[in-house]
Structure formats: C-alpha cells, structure tokens
Design a protein around this ligand. Structure first.
Ligand SMILES: *Cc1c(COP(=O)(O)O)cnc(C)c1O
Length: 386
C-alpha cells in the first residue's frame, strides 16, 4: 500500500524521497562500496554496496510503493532483474511464456536457462482454455506481458493469475510497457512484477536498469538472497537517475498516451496502413480486457503498411522519429521488430506468432504531436512504390 492516496504524489514523495540527515530534498548518491563498522558485528545498517546501498534502497522502496508490493529490488538491467527472478526455479522446472514475450526473455530461456535444464513453452495467455491445457506437472511459473510486444496482445492478468494459482504456478508479469502509472499487476493477482526501467520509468533513454517487485515477505527474502548472491545490482548513480526519472512519470505518460492515441488514429485512418495494433483503439481485439485492468491503452503502437509501400524507404525517410532499438524515452523511436528487437526469436516462431517482416513498431515520444504526425505522413508518402 502507498502512503499516498494518489499515484502522482507517490511518484514524487514515495519510498524514501529525501535525506533525513541534511534535509536535502533529493536522495544523495552514496557512491561507496563499503561502510565503516563501529565494532565487530556493529553495522549502521549497511555493510557492502552489493548487499545494500542507501540510494538503491530509496529506489527499491519507491518502486515497491508504486506497484503496491512488499519489497522492490533494483538491477543493472531488465534482463538482470528477469534473470534473478527466474533463478527461483530449479532444474526440471518449466516456464510458460506468453507468445509475444520480449525477445531477450525468450533468448534467456532458450539459450541460457536451457543449460540448467529449465525449459520453456510458448502458451496462448489470451485464451484461458488453451492456457490451462498447457499447464503440465513440471510447469512452475508463467511470464506474462500485457500488452505484449510487438503485436500489443492483451492478456487478462487476473484470469491467468487465478488459473495459474490453482496449479501453484508463480505468476510473473513484465510491466515495462505500462508502468505502475497505468497498470498494477500485483493488485490483479501477480506474484512478481519485473521492469525494464530503461524504458518509461527512466524515461530519457539515458540509463539501463531493471526492477523487480514481489508481493510478500517470503519472495522478498528469496529475491534479496539471489540479488546479493548473483550481484547484478544497479549502481548508485543509475539509481539516482531512475528516481529522478520516476518523479515525472505521470506527466510524461499523460502526454505520451495522448500522443500515442492520436498517432494510432492517424495511422488507422491512413489509406496506406493495412493494420494498426494498439489496445487503446476501441476496434482492437484487446480493448475491453485492457480497459478493465489498465488506465488506458498505453503508448506502444505497431502497424503494417500495404504491400506497395517499401518499409526500408519508410525508415530512411523519417526526419524526426529515430530508428533505434528501445522505447519509452521522451523522443519518438521506431523499430523493425523482425530484424531488431525480436531477431533473437527463430523465424518460424516469429511467423507463427505474427511478427511479419512488414511490421513497424512506434514508441511515441512527447514531442509536439503535429510534428510526429507530419513526419509519419511524409515518410509513408515517400515510401510508396510507384
Ligand atoms: C527492454 C525490455 C526488457 C529488457 O530490459 P533491459 O533493460 O534492456 O535489459 C525486458 N522486457 C521488456 C518488455 C522490454 O521492453
């Protein structure tokens, strides 16, 4: 539970938001690896910065409060956070993943955890019957993304969590795309939330970071032990940057979402556009479920142009919107999932889950929407094969 009734206040004052000793309105960057002890076994709360650091701790308290969890943990990247969470599993265990899971999560399971005899299976988390049928004796966890990248597929988090708990599965939700400002998976029944804080939480494309939030003390003890044992912790300076980014999350997201909605409508009404994937559009198959579990459709949009448009020309014709991996920064970015973010997923699986070579993903920034739409419009026009 948050100390504040409204999240826009918690974003700024939540967790440990200032310095009790000096009154500094920001948490200092405790750039130290170790801490003096007053005598044998007499620590002042900290012993070594892998184990605990006051700047990181302030961030961890903040994200726990925002996600309404028991405890938060900060890692050197989203993948480090996901690695720590998956380290709860044992050899012989299997993980179910939703079909549009982040490419790096897929690669981690297929090519790293695979060495430790932890297996995975892609499951359709948008269909309760098919999902439950995929749960076998060895399945111990599920990783859900909603909306899932890049087709923005929506999963009913509460429904999948309920089914999963009947079978004693650990329910892990990657909430990177929504952030706690738009969706709080722990309140919908998830056990653990993970984030690539590199994206909206940081918000300025200047820090790589990951977060995990757990629902109870038992999981908190386990993740704290794994975090300290495996060591992929977020440094103090990056923790500071993330706290700073989170303060403006609400203001940024309101503008991001408003721009995204206008961009989605612009694309949907554009004759060159074949498909738009955005759960904020009432015509989107995920609209109703998304609306019941999230504040709105979020920011991420994918779309496909008709066959007589050349997407290479489209990308090269953009003047404002940058072609880059990643998302969630103040600047608008586009990417080509099949050769960029999702290239680590084998081609047959990409085809099976609908990630076509014509798919374009847009992370709408907070620039003036007129400039964003102008740029999209002129690049589409340039890319028409005459
Ligand atoms: C970027 C991303 C990750 C990986 O996070 P890093 O900070 O790049 O390690 C995981 N999940 C989702 C949904 C992402 O977008």
């Amino acid at each position: 539970m948050s100390q504040f009734a409204h999240i826009n206040t918690a974003l700024i004052h939540g967790g440990i938001s200032n310095d009790a000793r000096t009154g500094a309105v920001n948490v200092p960057i405790y750039q130290t690896s170790t801490y003096q002890q007053d005598g044998l076994g007499k620590m002042r709360g900290y012993e070594y910065s892998r184990t605990g650091n006051p700047t990181r701790e302030a961030l961890e308290a903040l994200i726990a409060e925002l996600e309404e969890g028991y405890a938060g943990f900060a890692f050197a990247s989203g993948m480090a956070a996901i690695t720590a969470v998956l380290s709860l599993l044992h050899a012989g265990d299997k993980v179910l993943i939703s079909s549009n899971v982040y490419g790096g999560t897929f690669r981690l399971l297929a090519q790293v955890f695979d060495h430790f005899s932890i297996s995975y299976e892609i499951a359709d988390t948008t269909d309760a019957v098919k999902y439950e049928a995929a749960i076998s004796e060895d399945v111990k966890a599920v990783i859900i993304e909603s909306p899932a990248n890049p087709l923005m597929t929506v999963t009913d988090i509460r429904l999948i969590a309920d089914i999963s708990h009947k079978h004693d599965l650990l329910v892990i939700v990657d909430n990177t795309f929504m952030t706690p400002y738009l969706q709080k998976p722990l309140t919908l029944g998830a056990d653990i939330v993970v984030h690539s804080a590199t994206k909206y939480l940081g918000g300025h494309s200047d820090v790589v970071a990951g977060l995990a939030v757990v629902k109870d003390e038992k999981l908190a003890k386990q993740i704290a032990f794994i975090q300290n044992s495996t060591g992929g912790v977020l440094p103090p300076f990056d923790s500071f940057l993330l706290i700073r980014g989170i303060k403006t999350l609400g203001a940024r997201m309101d503008r991001h979402v408003s721009n995204a909605r206008q961009a989605a409508e612009f694309l949907q009404n554009h004759p060159a556009v074949k498909n738009v994937y955005y759960p904020g559009l009432t015509t989107d198959p995920g609209f109703a479920v998304n609306q019941q579990q999230a504040k709105n459709g979020g920011v991420m949009i994918s779309f496909e142009l008709h066959e007589n448009y050349n997407i290479e020309t489209f990308f090269e014709s953009l003047k404002l919107i940058m072609l880059a991996e990643s998302l969630g920064g103040v600047e608008s970015l586009v990417c080509h999932p099949s050769t960029m973010t999702h290239a680590s997923i084998p081609e047959d699986i990409r085809k099976q889950v609908g990630i076509t070579d014509g798919l374009i993903r847009l992370s709408t920034g907070i620039e003036d929407i007129r400039d964003i739409l102008d740029d999209l419009g002129q690049a589409i026009e340039q890319s028409e094969v005459k």
